[in-house]
Design a protein. Sequence first.
Length: 362
Amino acid sequence: MSFPLVPDVATTPAEEIARILTDPGFGIHFTDHMALAIWTEAEGWHDDRIEGYHPLALGPAGAVLHYGQEIFEGLKAYRRQDGSVWLFRPDMNAARLNRSADRMTLPRLPEADFLAAIGGLVALDQAWVPEADEMSLYIRPFMFGSDQFLGVRSAAEVTFAAIASPCGPYFADGISPVKIWISTDLSRAGQGGTGAAKCGGNYAASLLATRQAQQQGCSQVLFTDAADHEWLEELGGMNVFLVTSDGRLLTPPTSGTILDGITRDSVMTLAPEFGLTVQERPISLSELLSGIGSRNVVEAFACGTAAVITPIGTFRLEREGKIEDFSLPEPFGPKTADLRRRLVDIQWGRTTDQFGWTTRVA
Ligand code: PLP
Ligand code: COI
């Protein structure tokens, strides 16, 4: 598919875009265009196009509204100092979309079509890619069952779309250390479930725990495993890492219940540059809490496309009816800062990208 432009769009005046880009927030403003394609059992993928950003028409019997057959991705476009615009590891998003599609019995979208949709959209809306530090264009590709039928089965018609939104930091406090609520009762995912897929239902399932986190004065929730509530998993929308005093970087294995983050993979690749030995292995809650107490665990951070690398200052949880805080010895420690700087320097093209992670689109 080539996603041709359907020319029907009055674009936003440059002064209005400039005003929005001074303080875009996260996920609030949307660019002038969107990519679309339809899949049917009979025709496969077809009707690919880029149109003006507009509401979708979906009948009330639309499959996704009833049974939630939906998946999505998140990636960013970054403007470099010379004005060019680049994506970070979009092939990984294309591959993960297809893993999610397999789990949710949605059709695979060939990687070339994913890249054509995203590249075409960003090139067209490049005026919306901010120049300022820590700001970028967040791209949200998604796919859902759009046929009109109330029987429970895999959708026979599916819509793929991609929209884009200029953004600054995900958390209201920018990149200062966040407080994280550890949920030991609600679960996000279980063995055999959809935890490793990027499907909307996982996020719906996380909202009550996120509300509890907010009621506890925390910005996000860290889930523990559904069976024992003893093993760390991930946050509602980010992966988690710990740094130990003896130079290890710990993160739980994805093992079916955790999203295989692209930032997570990038961090693990970069870690040895900073003298860190990566250990991808189960981490128990008691190892975390006693590790903070004994200053064996010195730094912690959350990471994801939206969150980049956000330092964790404090973990809060309820134990035996009491709310307890465990504050990291180094709330925005040197290893977190080194990894973050290296990652964003690659994303913004300020350092050599020996991995070939970045791709120019405009
Ligand atoms: N875990 C969850 C549940 C997420 O929603 C995200 C964000 O996409 C991540 C982890 C991090 O993934 P990535 O680094 O690919 O954005
Ligand atoms: C992303 O980082 O792309 C996500 O999907 C996470 C969400 C919290 C915005």
